[in-house]
Design a protein around this ligand. Sequence first.
Ligand code: ADP
Ligand code: ADP
Length: 225
Amino acid sequence: MICLKNIVKTYNKGKSNAYEALHGISMEIKDGEMTAVIGTSGAGKSTLLHILACIDGYDSGEYTIDGEEVGRISEKQMAQVRNEKIGMVMQDFALVDGFTALDNVLIPLDFAGGKQRLRKKERREKALKMLDMVGMKEFAGKPVNNLSGGQKQRVAIARAIANDPSIILADEPTGALDSATTEEIMKVFRDLNEQGRTIVIVTHDPAVAEQCGRVIRIEDGRIVE
Ligand code: ADP
Ligand code: ADP
């Protein structure tokens, strides 16, 4: 369970151009929920997602995952939470061009430490399994720059789930895709959700929000719906 209590976030805190982007966000997301976060540009969606992803901190409030405080901890601890619990999917895919699909999915597996760490052969098998889950196994050896947008996003999703995170956070994952490809990518997210993963998708697209079990609307740094 993800739990935010009264989260306030100010950019440029203490400076003359300080800007309070989130004014006290409270919400709960239960395990296995598929949630869309919608709102106009500048509403605070990305800010919220970055906090959920443990990429950014906040001024005050409380953020817990499964009852454990994850917001106000050291950078190193935040990186650990990110690696163990969270998979990220970005609008622009954020793949390493020139790497094959397989090598992109291997990145988080190669970086994993501690009890998550697998042997080399197992890492390869795991990466192939992830590519299979998103329908991209046959493209494992292809450099990602030769793939279509939808195929790239599938590879990015395979990479996001490689370390078995319980939470997948996606920032406009279909923003660069046409509507038919958007449908295909949403099918992948729905399948992952049916397997029990918690998914949060920031989106402008009503067609994407429609496919989520729950919709949270943000306006001017507040949840309004
Ligand atoms: P959204 O994702 O809904 O478009 P953002 O979370 O990106 O909104 O931005 C919310 C508000 O915070 C906007 O007014 C934006 O200009 C401001 N903002 C976002 N990032 C920064 C930053 N790094 N520094 C200063 N202001 C920022
Ligand atoms: P998105 O499309 O996800 O809403 P934006 O285009 O709003 O992203 O922002 C892109 C990047 O610029 C983000 O990292 C955000 O933090 C930063 N940013 C947005 N608004 C501002 C701002 N007013 N001042 C400084 N950085 C900003």
